[in-house]
Design a protein. Structure first.
Length: 211
């Protein structure tokens, strides 16, 4: 998937790879990348911000140059536009960005490893762990990555991050959608070969001055 796709009402996701995106040259992005980050992390930040700004240019071009700032829990927002949800994810060269108008949004992309340890699979899958039985190691690792992206997308959308204990969110292997409290998650299996999920608040909450 290279073009934006509207996965729900007023919610768009775009994904690509870092080698297909020119790093952002936005002054604020450059300033943040230069704030003591390792070179690899700075490059990751700038390519992720570039993808986000390209997505904004496609769905809200007036906001493509807005400053991206973290809230008190670290969740990114556009300064002066609290009703526009944004999210960016990176994984070994894979990139994803999400924009929600009047919606809080979270996206997560994960390149799976060659295998997954039984303890990690049990932590994420709980009672569903047995569904991995008989799968080749790489296939099992890929399925766990799909589960993890849905769990991570949920806590990113809520702004809780790891404090939201993403591994406790019930995501059965093979599932394409589900709910977690006020949030709905979608695994974009029809649009991305790399495990990629998004989550959003089910009730849109437009704020004054936002469309």
């Amino acid at each position: 998937m290279t073009l934006p796709i509207e996965v729900a009402d007023r919610l768009w996701v775009r994904t690509t790879t870092a080698d297909r995106v020119a790093p952002s040259t936005h002054p604020d992005d450059l300033r943040r990348a230069a704030a003591g980050l390792p070179e690899w992390r700075a490059h990751e930040l700038l390519t992720g911000r570039a993808l986000l700004r390209e997505l904004l240019a496609a769905v809200r071009p007036d906001l493509a140059g807005a400053e991206v700032v973290p809230d008190r829990r670290g969740k990114p927002w556009l300064r002066g536009h609290p009703g526009v949800g944004i999210s960016v994810s990176h994984s070994r060269g894979a990139l994803a960005a999400g924009v929600g108008l009047g919606r809080s949004v979270g996206v997560d992309v994960q390149r799976p490893g060659a295998f997954v340890t039984p303890s990690f699979a049990r932590r994420l899958l709980g009672e569903h762990t047995g569904r991995l039985a008989g799968l080749p190691p790489a296939r099992a690792a890929e399925e766990v990555a799909w589960v993890w992206t849905a769990q991570e997308a949920c806590v990113k959308a809520s702004g809780a991050g790891f404090a939201g204990r993403p591994w406790t969110i019930d995501v059965p292997p093979g599932a394409r959608s589900g709910r977690w409290g006020d949030y709905r998650w979608l695994s974009l299996r029809d649009h991305s070969a790399t495990p990629l999920s998004c989550a959003y608040r089910t009730a849109p909450t437009p704020r004054k001055g936002e469309r």
